[in-house]
Structure formats: structure tokens, C-alpha cells
Ligand binder design. Structure first.
Ligand code: KIV
Length: 260
């Protein structure tokens, strides 16, 4: 297997559909990488999957950098994308630049940030400086407080036109791909056809060039609410609990450890 680069990811549009997922640590990043996942996103969803928060908002830059470094050490072939956490790029472009640089120094191949037309100046500055950007439009979880919940976006004609305009704007600004989160499938199909860069959908139907799934949803590790578009490819929560409980019972009964 060859290392996935930003150029290879872009070139896959129309040729190969890519099943991508999140990763937050070296253990699971190595397993996903060895299984052939082409792109691992060190998502700010780690706030919910790994750190026990209700939203992605509390994730800190230091937590992102430590997770990016762990994933990058383990991923030999996957493209590693660092998801810039809330506050790391909203408080001025100089701070955003230095946080993006820190992501690449920690081992990321690219950064992801949420926003359409409003972040195009920043995307231009980053890409000009050699920092590849994967954009994110549609439902942007860092805006959960403005939406009043994690709600599908682009449902009316006007809202759909705004999402399409955002997607065109980030392409024009130099993003190498764009995430479409929780938008109607027909809108995602229209955007996928309209853009030259790949779309990476999550809750955006089957037509996107690539898909994201949050690793904990994909593996069935998440026992809380799981969005309806998720497919669980395993039920690891049950298996992990069975192993822990068998271990506790065997120690209690004296059958582990065995006498030497
Ligand atoms: O943080 C994350 O996991 C994401 C995906 C949902 C795209 O941004």
C-alpha cells in the first residue's frame, strides 16, 4: 500500500469512493491504517467519543495536538487530517495560522476547519503557506449553540443555496476537499457534481465522493445516541464489556492467574 497524499485524495474523485473515519489514538489508528482506511480524521468529535463532553466545543488545542501526534505515529499510509478545535481559528488569523502550523508539526498532513465563505480568507492564507485544508460546510457542530442542537442544514431552497455557495467558495479559496455534514442527499449530490474537489459526506447520502464515519459509531463502541445514518460494522461495546466482566469474575474466583 502507498501513502495517501492530498494529491492522491483529490485525484480519486470520480475513480474511487473512499471510506474514511476518525481516529484519536495510536492503537486504533494502526488498526484502521493496516485495514486500508485511506484518511484518518483526528476529529474534534473526540470531545464526545473520548473525553465525555456533550459537544465538541470544550476540546483544547493541546488535546488535539497530542491525539494528532499519536495517530500520525501509527498511520503509515493513511492521510492524517487534524480537525482544528473550536477557538483555535476563530480568534484571529495569526493565531489560526500558528495553530495550523502546530498541527502539521505534530504530524498531520492537512487540517480541517468548519465554515464556508466566512473562512475563505483563512483557507487562502493557509494553502498559500503550504497547509492543505479540508473544508467543512453544512451542519457545523462547532455552531451547535447557534443552531439550538445538531440539526440538518440546507433543507429549504434558500438554505440549500447557501450551502452550495459555501462549498463553491471553499473550493475557490483552495480547499482540497470539503466535508458535507447532515445535508439532504439531493443537495450533497448537486454539490458533488458542481465541484472539482472531492466531497466527503457524513449523513449526506450515498453520492459524495468519500464518506466519514466516527470510529466509535462504526465499531459499535458508542452506547449513547447514534445518528440514524450510521452503520455499525461491529458491536465492540458488548465484546469489551464481556471481556472486562470475565476478567473480574476469574480474578474473584481464583481461576486467573493460573498457578505457575
Ligand atoms: O470531528 C469529527 O468527527 C468530524 C466529522 C463528523 C466529519 O468533524
Amino acid at each position: 500500500m502507498k501513502k495517501w497524499t492530498v494529491a492522491a485524495f483529490k485525484a480519486a474523485k470520480g475513480i474511487q469512493k473512499l471510506g474514511c473515519c476518525t481516529a484519536y489514538d495510536a492503537c486504533f489508528a494502526r488498526l484502521a491504517d493496516e485495514a486500508g482506511v485511506p484518511c484518518l480524521l483526528v476529529g474534534d468529535s473526540m470531545g464526545m467519543t473520548m473525553l465525555g463532553y456533550e459537544t465538541t466545543l470544550p476540546v483544547k488545542m493541546e488535546e488535539t495536538l497530542s491525539a494528532v501526534a499519536a495517530v500520525a505515529r501509527a498511520a503509515k499510509n493513511a492521510l492524517v487530517v487534524a480537525d482544528m478545535p473550536f477557538g483555535s481559528y476563530q480568534c484571529g488569523d495569526d493565531l489560526a495560522m500558528s495553530n495550523a502550523v502546530a498541527c502539521l508539526k505534530a504530524g498531520a498532513d492537512a487540517v480541517k476547519l468548519e465554515g464556508g465563505a466566512s473562512v475563505c480568507g483563512l483557507i487562502r492564507r493557509m494553502t498559500t503557506a503550504g497547509i492543505p485544508v479540508l473544508a467543512h460546510v453544512g451542519m457545523m457542530p462547532q455552531r451547535v449553540n447557534s443552531y439550538g442542537g445538531f440539526k440538518m442544514q440546507g433543507k429549504t431552497r434558500e438554505a440549500a443555496a447557501r450551502v452550495l455557495a459555501d462549498a463553491r467558495a471553499v473550493e475557490e479559496a483552495g480547499a482540497f476537499a470539503v466535508t458535507l455534514e447532515c445535508v439532504p442527499a439531493e443537495l450533497a449530490a448537486e454539490i458533488t457534481a458542481a465541484l472539482k474537489i472531492p466531497t466527503v459526506g457524513i449523513g449526506a447520502g450515498p453520492v459524495c465522493d468519500a464518506q466519514w464515519l466516527v470510529m466509535h459509531d462504526l465499531l459499535g463502541l458508542n452506547e449513547g445516541h447514534v445518528p440514524s445514518f450510521v452503520k455499525k460494522y461491529a458491536n465492540l461495546a458488548d465484546e469489551v464489556k464481556r471481556a472486562f466482566s470475565e476478567y473480574v469474575s476469574e480474578v474473584a474466583s481464583g481461576s486467573f492467574p493460573a498457578a505457575t
